[in-house]
Design a protein around this ligand. Structure first.
Ligand code: URA
Length: 264
């Protein structure tokens, strides 16, 4: 039997999904919601926007992600904007990953293949992960926006970053994904990802070099790989690598002298 919390979250999720952003609540409801929020901030598992499994027990991470994937495909708040393309690109990787990487939105190649980060920026990301000693299959890779932002009929292979409205519409999905995965650490790839996850208007330069937090999980913000493709400067590459070394340290991964000295 679903708990009161699960039922409430399910109902609220339907409302958010439909684009509703405000709800009048009485003092008692406000007190209960506040307590749930405080519990989740203290690091307790926040409620998932999903019903209990059919057997009534806790859903597995895989079940939670399947459920979210289905919901995302017809996510009303995103569809209602009319500015995002139809094909949903959800996420890829290990549901039990300790490291979660979050980009901005699928581009041409991602939409074509139905997988995040498979175009030129994705290939660079794969090389960065390899340099860290990680395979793509060991981490979880997702985007704050699950649909390729539209640029009209003659878009071709062009891409654009998601607007604040598009980020806000998709935000409940990535938040629920984070709660399902509960990674040890999140890397925001680029400014849109940081804006989508961290309620900030600051750019990457201001946010880099510190540990931030999303739903109690440590977050490191770094440059988007596509920025490195556009900007050949050694400084940007070095900065991204330094961010990744901090992430490796945080995850307790061994760092070899070679890795330490890549850009020295
Ligand atoms: N850029 C992103 O931010 N995400 C992708 O999936 C691909 C490119």
């Amino acid at each position: 039997m679903p708990t009161l919390k699960q039922l409430a979250v399910e109902t609220l999720t339907h409302m958010v999904e439909g684009g509703q952003q405000r709800l009048a609540v009485d003092d008692e409801a406000r007190g209960i919601l506040r307590q749930w929020m405080l519990d989740s901030r203290r690091g307790n598992q926040a409620p998932l926007p999903a019903p209990a499994s059919e057997s009534g027990g806790e859903m597995s991470v895989e079940q939670k992600l399947d459920y979210l994937r289905q919901r995302a495909a017809t996510w009303k708040a995103a569809r209602a904007l009319g500015t995002l393309r139809d094909t949903m690109v959800f996420a890829v990787g290990n549901p039990r990953a300790r490291l979660m990487l979050v980009g901005e939105a699928p581009g041409y190649e991602e939409e074509r293949q139905g997988e995040p980060f498979v175009g030129p920026a994705g290939q660079l990301l794969t090389r960065i992960l390899k340099a860290m000693g990680l395979q793509r299959s060991e981490v979880y890779i997702s985007n704050v926006c699950k649909f390729r932002p539209s640029m009209g009929e003659n878009q071709g292979t062009a891409n654009r970053p998601p607007s604040p409205e598009e980020l806000a519409a998709c935000k409940p999905l990535i938040m629920a994904e984070i709660r399902a995965i509960t990674p040890a650490c999140i890397v925001c790839l680029g400014g849109s990802s940081a804006k989508g996850l961290l309620d900030t208007h600051q750019g990457v330069n201001a946010l880099r070099g510190q540990w931030l937090e999303c739903q109690g999980i440590p977050v490191r913000v770094t440059y988007h790989p596509s920025y490195l493709l556009r900007n050949e400067a050694l400084g940007a590459r070095r900065a991204l690598w330094e961010d990744m070394l901090c992430v490796m340290e945080r995850l307790g991964m061994p760092v070899s002298t070679k890795q330490q000295n890549y850009f020295r």
